[in-house]
Design a protein around this ligand. Structure first.
Ligand code: ADP
Ligand code: MG
Length: 560
């Protein structure tokens, strides 16, 4: 028998679980069942795609056994099982999605309540037990191993006997403590209730031996007890249920559990079609930006199921980059299980599904913009940057799709507005959509260049992100109105003949001064001219080429 230490980070998470004062400890069961289901998914998939893996998919099951005397709760599955190495690396080290995300979020928040919302995984078993034993035998191997731990001190691992492949997890349930009842986790009704509450949609049967009573034969009024095996869950995945069967809360719970978030999604999108591509999609728009969203680490993609069998955890081809924030899954009968990643990229069905989803996501976002503006503005603050990158990238091939979704801060409204709203408010003599760039709204507000445009009663869009002006350049116009920077040489105001003459006279008058200034600033400015846009400021910088000063700044800052 080998005695090993946990990796430092695992130990911390474990400590957190052991000393948890969390009141919803029951979620440990959800975690262990979800692991069992994942393990069966893996073997199921292999059985459908590998010649030499022969298992009967009708036999897949998860079992729960309770032993009040021994104080044990046992969860067994006939999934893929784990080798000795896998036992050590999977249960001794935190490197997994949920746990890691949890850890990082938790450091920032110090909020113990998020345990309940989060996929904290296997270690949650320690919230209710003082010893956890895992016995596992991988499919195709004769050797089984036993992993055992009493908490943060470490674990032991040794070879053992197990009749068939799969994993058995034995929880040694804690004794009742002051105010803390653990006996309930040995109670059959309570456990059935927990399974129904959190794991009803699991697609494999969760079986339990349940005590029942019936009238005793031959004797009036007497009852006898007997035990019977029951399947506790309904096994219908949430996306296969009809709308009437699922509540808003069911979707929210499902989302949080499956996609490791602790806030309800901003929007749930359901979509199913039949015909050229038959599929059901269940998509979610998160209400917050994932902590790694704007980093290279973030991986976009939807879960892909072929007729109920998970074939890919993150199918990137289903989502365009500008909608990479969308989470969810697609289940289609038209996909072959044997499909490889490379083939999938060229799959016609998948392309059709992806393009339908893209339209659906857009229309849902638009409807959110029209019907729940506050929510949409919050969404845009989270993910608007990604949409603007979407307009700018790929030579603007997506600008038509995305232009209606954009929002910018408005000088007139003092809040985010859409381009459509701007154009609707334009003054009669106004030819352009004006914008100004700067680091912050406050700084832009003080720009001398904005004064004259505001004086005319024109609205100005304030662009505070580097990508903003690039995106507008790609869009070029909206509703036939071109964009114009307030720092452009010519602001495009209508001018009378008289005004023009006056300008020329002024220019002549000051020519000497300007030539002198131009020479003094040689290499720093291209020309010095009289400006009509200034009111209270003596001087301002402007550009008249394609590039604005701000764009030049961004381009200069880019690594070459
Ligand atoms: P996660 O499920 O997010 O990966 P967990 O802490 O729940 O994290 O589980 C850690 C890992 O342990 C899983 O990814 C899986 O590889 C392995 N594991 C846990 N339970 C089982 C099981 N019943 N059968 C096979 N592997 C399992
Ligand atoms: Mg898990």
């Amino acid at each position: 028998m080998e005695v090993k230490q946990f990796q430092a980070e695992s130990k911390r998470l474990l400590d957190l679980m052991i000393h948890s004062i969390y009141t919803h400890k029951e979620i440990f069961l959800r975690e262990l069942i979800s692991n069992a289901s994942d393990a069966i998914d893996k073997l199921h998939y292999r059985s459908l795609t590998e010649e030499n893996v022969k298992v009967d998919s009708a036999a897949f099951e998860i079992r729960i056994d309770l032993d009040k005397e021994a104080r044990t709760l046992t969860i067994s599955d006939n999934g893929c099982g784990m080798t000795k190495e896998e036992l050590e690396s999977n249960l001794g080290v935190i490197a997994k999605s949920g746990s890691l995300a949890f850890k990082q979020e938790n450091e920032a928040k110090e909020d113990i309540d998020i345990i309940g919302q989060f996929g904290v995984g296997f270690y949650s078993a320690f919230m209710v037990s003082d010893k956890v034993t895992v016995i596992s035998r991988p499919y195709g191997s004769d050797t089984a191993y036993k992993w055992e731990s009493e908490g943060a001190d470490g674990y032991t691992i040794e070879e053992c006997q197990k009749d068939s492949y799969g994993t058995t997890i034995i929880l040694h349930i804690l004794e009742n403590r002051e105010e803390e009842d653990y006996d309930e986790y040995l109670d059959s009704y309570r456990i059935q209730g927990i399974v129904k509450k959190y794991s009803d949609y699991i697609r494999y049967p969760i079986k339990m031996m349940v005590e029942k009573s019936r009238p005793k034969e031959g004797s009036e009024g007497e009852y006898e007890t007997y035990t019977e095996e029951v399947t506790v869950n309904s096994m219908v995945p949430i996306w296969r249920k009809t709308k009437a069967e699922v509540t808003e809360d069911d979707y929210n719970q499902f989302y949080k559990e499956k996609f490791f978030d602790f806030t309800d999604p901003a929007r749930v999108i359901r979509s199913s079609t039949e015909g050229t591509a038959t599929y059901t999609a269940l998509l979610f728009i998160p209400a917050r930006t994932p902590f790694d969203y704007y980093t290279k680490e973030y991986e976009k993609g939807l879960q892909l199921y072929a007729n109920g069998v998970l074939i890919m955890e993150k199918c990137a081809d289903l989502l365009p980059d500008y909608f990479s924030f969308v989470k969810g899954l697609v289940d289609s009968q038209d996909l072959s299980l044997n499909i490889s990643r490379e083939m999938l990229q060229h799959d016609r069905q998948l392309k059709i599904i992806a393009s339908r989803l893209e339209k659906k996501i857009k229309s849902e976002l638009l409807s959110m913009q029209q019907n729940d503006r506050e929510k949409y503005d919050a969404f845009f603050k989270n993910f608007g940057l990604q949409l603007k990158f979407g307009v700018y990238n790929d030579y603007g091939t997506h600008k038509e799709l995305l232009k209606d979704l954009l929002e910018f801060y408005s000088s007139a409204e003092k809040k985010l507005v859409t381009l459509k709203e701007y154009v609707e408010r334009m003054k009669e003599d106004q030819k352009f959509i004006y914008y100004a760039c700067g680091d912050t709204v406050e700084k832009i507000d003080r720009l001398p260049q904005t004064e004259l445009v505001k004086d005319k009663g024109y609205e100005i869009l304030y662009l505070t992100e580097n990508v903003d002006e690039f995106a507008l350049k790609v869009l070029h116009e909206f509703d036939g109105k071109e964009f114009k920077s307030v720092s452009a040489g010519d602001l495009g105001f209508e001018e009378t003949e008289e005004e023009k003459k006056e300008d020329e006279a002024q220019e002549k008058e000051s020519r000497e001064l300007f030539t002198f200034m131009g020479e003094a600033l040689a290499g720093k400015v291209k020309a010095v001219r009289a400006s009509k846009r200034l009111k209270s400021h003596p001087v301002c910088l402007s550009s008249d080429g394609e590039l604005s000063l701000e764009m030049e700044k961004v381009l200069n800052a880019m690594p070459t």
